[in-house]
Design a protein around this ligand. Structure first.
Ligand code: NAD
Ligand code: UDP
Ligand code: UDP
Length: 316
């Protein structure tokens, strides 16, 4: 059935893909974004669409609208961006969550929260399943993001316990794909842009740290499935691709796939950078019947094509 759906952070990387998917399914979409890291380019193709509405708004302020469901994605996600104004990052996660939960409570509608694998911090267990409580530094440079998202999870579960809200918390692991910003600062976009420009690929530390990369279409599929689950399903639920790679392997694969003459250079490892990260997705398999279907090589090929074109525009 067609619904009116609110997507906060809808002009961002993941948000804009979610909006596309919801419009394709026949829903009306209200996209709310303050354009802190989001871009008009991500949603330019939707302006004028009869079922798409855009509202420039900061979720740290109350929002009174009428919708049937809420996806709360508003929050900068790249370490470079979320550390630029860390106080605003915490406010966005915490006050933004309170406002969106207040909205969901008034309307009696389900709300999906874009949480993160960062709640696991620098984990002592690998892979991470949802029962792991995490190892997070409360006072470091990543804390505004990690602890902001952890406090948001607390709020979601307290609104559930106090008000029986239909909450759905997803812990998103590193996701990549078209529409990441050229200057996003995350590893996949950095490496691809550097390789295409023939610049050295910047590995932080010795490159032995691992991440698991999920292609954006797979991630959005999991997110939409989560929203359609019954009231009993609250999460938290990991959504990510269990394939685990070192940053050195990723750099070598991107150099080879782009046919680049780029070399590799090593820069200092940022503080509190997790050494390993890999999702246990048993719960998503059981509850959502979901698992990723796009292998890293195909996802990277599509993302490289996207950045080739984006760079041609940016450099022309
Ligand atoms: P992004 O930076 O591209 O998108 C975030 C969007 O939120 C942007 O459009 C930004 O302008 C908007 N925003 C930021 N603060 C806001 C505020 N106060 N009010 C309104 N809008 C605001 O990042 P993304 O990769 O698309 O991430 C989307 C969500 O998914 C975030 O909540 C992020 O924490 C989460 N997440 C992403 C990943 C990933 O790998 N991409 C991993 C884990 C979690
Ligand atoms: N809120 C909102 N839109 C709504 C309802 C609430 O933005 O439609 C905000 C409002 O600013 C409030 C917050 O959500 O402070 C939490 O709402 P809740 O009803 O839980 O708490 P209270 O209003 O009692 O503070
Ligand atoms: N990284 C890197 N070179 C870069 C950007 C990031 O080696 O140009 C490393 C970073 O130190 C981290 C990993 O790649 O170990 C993933 O970083 P990203 O910022 O993409 O995501 P997160 O650390 O939030 O998982």
């Amino acid at each position: 059935m067609s619904q009116r759906v609110l997507v906060t952070g809808g002009a961002g990387f993941l948000g804009s893909h979610l909006v596309d998917r919801l419009l394709d399914e026949g829903h009306e979409v209200l996209c709310v974004d303050n354009f802190y890291t989001g871009r008009r380019d991500n949603i330019a193709h939707l302006l004028g669409h009869p079922r798409f509405e855009l509202l420039r708004h900061d979720v740290t302020f109350p929002l009174y609208v009428e919708v049937d469901s809420i996806y709360n994605l508003a929050c900068p996600a790249s370490p470079v961006h979320y550390q630029r104004d860390p106080v605003q990052t915490t406010k966005t996660s915490v006050i933004g969550a309170i406002n969106m939960l207040g909205l969901a409570k008034r309307l009696g509608v389900p709300i999906v929260q874009a949480s993160t694998s960062e709640v696991y911090g620098d984990p002592e267990v690998n892979p991470q399943d949802e029962s792991y409580w995490g190892r997070v530094n409360p006072i470091g440079v990543r804390s505004c993001y990690d602890e902001g998202k952890r406090a948001a999870e607390t709020l979601f579960f307290d609104y559930r316990r106090q008000h029986d809200l239909s909450i759905k918390v997803m812990r998103i692991f590193n996701t990549y794909g078209p529409r990441m910003n050229l200057d996003d600062g995350r590893v996949v976009s950095n490496f691809i842009v550097q390789a295409l420009r023939g610049e050295p690929l910047t590995i932080y530390g010795d490159g032995s740290q691992t991440r698991s990369f999920c292609y954006v279409d797979d991630l959005i599929d999991g997110m939409v499935r989560l929203m359609s689950t019954p009231h009993e399903v609250t999460g938290p639920i990991n959504i990510g691709n269990p394939g685990e790679f070192t940053m050195l392997e990723l750099a070598e694969q991107i150099i080879s796939m782009t046919g680049s003459a780029s070399t590799i250079t090593h820069l200092p490892l940022p503080p509190d950078d997790p050494q390993q990260r890999r999702p246990d997705i048993s719960l998503a398999r059981d509850v959502l019947g979901w698992e990723p279907s796009v292998p890293l090589s195909s996802g990277l090929a599509r993302t490289i094509d996207y950045f080739r074109e984006a760079l041609a525009h940016a450099d022309s």
